[in-house]
Design a protein around this ligand. Structure first.
Ligand SMILES: [Fe+2]
Ligand SMILES: [Fe+2]
Length: 195
C-alpha cells in the first residue's frame, strides 16, 4: 500500500490519514521480531574482551534458562537481556527492558531492567566499585529471582565450550512472545482498527 497521509502538520490530520498510518503501523509492528533478530545478530563477533562474543553469551544465557525449564517469556528475556549493548553503552539493561516492557510481566521486566546491578556482584569489586549495590533492592519481591537469573544463567554464560541452541531455535518463541503487547497505550487503538 503506497497511500500516505496528506497533512504537513499533525494538527491537520484527518481520520482517513490515520487509517492509512494505522494500517502501515500494523505491518511494521508485525516485523518487530525480525528486527530484534537482526539487532541480536549485531552482537555476533563482538567480544568486548570476554571469552565469548555477545551473541554467544545471549544464546548461552537463553539456552541455560530453556534447559532449566523456564517458560518462553523468561527464555526470551534471557535472550534479549543484553540486546542494548550496542546503543546503551552506559545503561544497556534499560534498552532491553524498554523493548520487552509491552510483552512481558512486570516481574520479568524488573529482572531485566535491574540485571546489570545484580550482575555487578560478580565483578564490580574488580573495578573499584561496590559489588553489593544490589542490596538496595533486598526488600523487593524480585530480589531473589534476579539474583537467581544472574547466578544460574547470565553470569554462567561465558563458557566457549557450551553448546548453545541457535538463534533460529528461539525464533518461534520470539514470535509468540511478541505476537501482541499486554501493556501498551496503543492497545485500545489496535482493538478498534482490527475490529
Ligand atoms: Fe547485561
Ligand atoms: Fe549478560
Amino acid at each position: 500500500m503506497n497511500s500516505r497521509a496528506r497533512f504537513t502538520h499533525m494538527q491537520d490530520g484527518q481520520v482517513e490519514d490515520w487509517a492509512i498510518i494505522a494500517q502501515d503501523f500494523a505491518a511494521y509492528a508485525a516485523q518487530l521480531p525480525a528486527r530484534i533478530l537482526d539487532h541480536l545478530r549485531l552482537l555476533d563477533g563482538d567480544f568486548g574482551g570476554f571469552p565469548v562474543d555477545r551473541l554467544t553469551h545471549s544464546l548461552q544465557t537463553a539456552t541455560r534458562a530453556y534447559h532449566d525449564g523456564r517458560d518462553e517469556e523468561y527464555v526470551i528475556c534471557a535472550l534479549l537481556h543484553d540486546i542494548g549493548d550496542t546503543l546503551g553503552s552506559y545503561n544497556h539493561p534499560d534498552i532491553a527492558a524498554a523493548i520487552l516492557k509491552p510483552f512481558v510481566s512486570a516481574e520479568n521486566h524488573w529482572m531485566v531492567e535491574k540485571h546489570g546491578i545484580f550482575q555487578g556482584y560478580y565483578f564490580f569489586h574488580h573495578l573499584g566499585m561496590d559489588r553489593h549495590l544490589r542490596e538496595q533492592f533486598k526488600d523487593h519481591p524480585q530480589y531473589q529471582a534476579t539474583i537467581e537469573f544472574c547466578a544460574k544463567y547470565d553470569a554462567a554464560a561465558f563458557d566457549p565450550g557450551y553448546e548453545s541452541l541457535p538463534l533460529s531455535f528461539f525464533e518461534p518463541m520470539l514470535q509468540r512472545v511478541f505476537a501482541r503487547p499486554k501493556n501498551s497505550i496503543y492497545l485500545a487503538a489496535m482493538d478498534n482498527t482490527s475490529a
